[in-house]
Design a protein around this ligand. Structure first.
Ligand SMILES: [Mg+2]
Length: 215
């Protein structure tokens, strides 16, 4: 089996789910959240430093998670669903590893035909208001390689690939056979400079994988 893991936000879909959840809190809060997310994804501050802070500002509701779930689908990277289908048909096991939230990502994963998803669970009160989050691996730096190491142990794949736009994705380069930086929506300097390969769309990803499998 061949293993390929995708980041979700700014990779499989144009949006950053957390920024969209902040939308309902007004422009000022949204800008604060965007700035914090960018600092973390470009590697200037640790993810764990901003994770709880962002949620305390946003307090996402069950209802807003539902609408962001639809937004992931509406803003999907062109060709992503087709390419993922083709990969699965040719023996790749496709997984999503995200520092986003499981509730809005799950319907998107379902739409893409991806069954294995690692993201951060949110907890709501009975009325749907925000209660808390589970401090799962992707709420901190080093969390994505930690999950990939578990997958490598579990599946013992012939090859392993990670695709993503952020520094938290780049961290996986240490543990996979191939890391593909993704720059369609966000071209992050550090990721572009250090990634073994770089793609700007899903056709690029297919090409890179084709070349990789031949070698
Ligand atoms: Mg991302």
């Amino acid at each position: 089996m061949k293993l390929i893991c995708f980041d979700c936000d700014s990779t499989l879909s144009k949006i950053e789910g957390v920024d969209e959840l902040a939308d309902v809190r007004g422009a000022e809060v949204k800008q604060q959240i965007i700035d914090l997310t960018n600092l973390a994804m470009s590697g200037e501050i640790a993810i764990e430093e901003i994770f709880g802070k962002r949620l305390d500002l946003i307090k996402p509701t069950a209802e807003s998670c539902e609408s962001v779930g639809q937004l992931y689908i509406d803003e999907m990277a062109a060709g992503a669903k087709d390419v993922i289908g083709k990969l699965q048909a040719s023996g790749w096991h496709v997984v999503i590893i995200s520092g986003g939230f499981i509730q809005p990502i799950e319907p998107f994963a379902k739409y893409l035909g991806i069954e294995e998803v690692y993201a951060v669970p949110l907890h709501f009160n009975e009325d749907g208001s925000y209660a808390s989050f589970t401090a799962s691996p992707t709420t901190r730096n080093g969390g994505k390689p930690e999950i990939i190491n578990e997958l490598l142990e579990k599946y013992q794949p012939e090859v392993s690939v990670m695709v993503g736009d952020g520094v938290s994705d780049l961290e996986c380069q240490e543990v996979v056979n191939l890391f593909i930086g993704y720059g369609e929506f966000e071209e992050r300097e550090k990721v572009k400079a250090q990634a073994q390969s770089f793609a700007y769309n899903f056709a690029d990803i297919e090409r890179v994988l084709g070349g990789f499998e031949q070698n």
